[in-house]
Design a binder for this molecule. Structure first.
Ligand SMILES: Cc1cc2nc3c(=O)[nH]c(=O)nc-3n(C[C@H](O)[C@H](O)[C@H](O)COP(=O)(O)O)c2cc1C
Ligand code: SF4
Ligand code: SF4
Length: 294
């Protein structure tokens, strides 16, 4: 198909989904981080797919870089836009708000989603213990189910099935909003603390996420191999004197923590010893320099 797939991924789940869709639909794969410095991104294919993970659904849902790159896309009105959001929790509570937000961003550019799809993937911090909800925690089972779901999504996209935000979905989001309003201040407080922003500082979501790298700790096990810098989708890591330094433009994606071969990086929101990346994705697959440009 004459189609481009744009993806953003920190621990490989979204890359695995995008790769599988690209293979089945014979589409071109484009890493969103490769476009982050482009001022204008011209869409020329009759259809595109945007694949992304849900990030902090109750605050935003869409990774900052994905929002920024989409805002710079030209020609969106002339293309059919499909979106695939994956999340670690329940899709209706986590992916649906993210897809809704994406649709709002597209609408502000005069475009809209032609189809919206969601699927559950393993939660990439895997720290489920504090979540008192009945949820499948079996990574192998979640991955097995996800493969079937990806095939279903590919079939829907190939056949041109349209899935707009129907009244029922809107109603569900409306029901969720009081809950989100209640939890939001606590989540923002955590970000503010990690970003070390005082009440007089820039407390916007974007500014705070960027500075959350202040809470990332690098241990003496670091050997200066620079793998963390190569997998960072934000270009946020510079190796100085054989050690990573952070530029406060973090996306909070966990890639540096996950792919460090020495286990030398500890992200503040991951419990120590907890690791996960998609089993079919390697650190060299995540290397930003190897990704294709548009
Ligand atoms: C910063 C951050 C925030 C997240 N927020 C949510 C969330 O609000 N709800 C959810 O279900 N999963 C959340 N997740 C889990 C990811 O959406 C999920 O594991 C996804 O598959 C990761 O994709 P990736 O491997 O392509 O990065 C979050 C992950 C990260 C790193
Ligand atoms: S990947 Fe790990 S070992 Fe390599 S430079 Fe980064 S922190 Fe150090
Ligand atoms: S510094 Fe680490 S967590 Fe932040 S964007 Fe880069 S890889 Fe992701």
């Amino acid at each position: 198909m004459d189609m481009d797939i744009f993806y953003f991924s920190g621990t490989g789940n979204s890359l695995a989904i995008a790769r599988s869709l690209a293979q089945t639909l014979n589409a071109r794969l484009i890493a969103i981080p490769r476009l982050k410095d482009e001022t204008e991104i011209r869409i020329t294919t009759p259809a595109i797919i945007i694949v992304f993970p849900a990030y902090l659904s109750l605050l935003s849902g869409v990774p900052i870089q994905v929002m920024n790159v989409i805002r710079r896309m030209q020609g969106l009105k002339q293309t059919s836009i499909h979106a695939v959001c994956n999340c670690g929790g329940y899709e209706s509570v986590n992916a649906l708000p993210a897809l809704h937000r994406l649709n709002m961003i597209l609408k502000s550019q005069g475009a809209r989603l032609y189809s919206a799809h969601s699927l559950r993937m393993p939660m990439n911090n895997l720290d489920y213990d504090h979540i008192p909800i009945p949820i499948n925690r079996d990574t192998d089972d979640i991955l097995k189910k996800s493969r079937k779901r990806i095939d279903g999504i590919a079939d829907d996209i190939r056949s041109g099935r349209q899935t707009r935000f129907r009244i029922l979905k809107r109603f569900f989001l409306l029901l969720l909003s009081p809950l989100f309003v209640m939890i939001r201040p606590a989540a923002l407080k955590v970000l503010q603390k990690q970003a070390q922003v005082t009440s007089k500082g820039d407390c916007s979501y974007e500014a705070m996420i960027g500075r959350t790298d202040l809470g990332i700790v690098v241990s003496d096990a670091c050997i200066g191999c620079s793998i963390c810098a190569s997998v960072c989708p934000a270009g946020n890591i510079v190796i100085e004197d054989h050690r990573p330094t952070f530029r406060h433009q973090c996306e909070m994606c966990f890639a540096c923590d996950e792919w460090c071969p020495q286990d030398a990086i500890q992200h503040w929101s991951r419990q120590k010893g907890i690791k996960y990346h998609h089993p079919e994705v390697s650190s060299s697959d995540m290397d930003i320099r190897r990704h294709q440009r548009i």
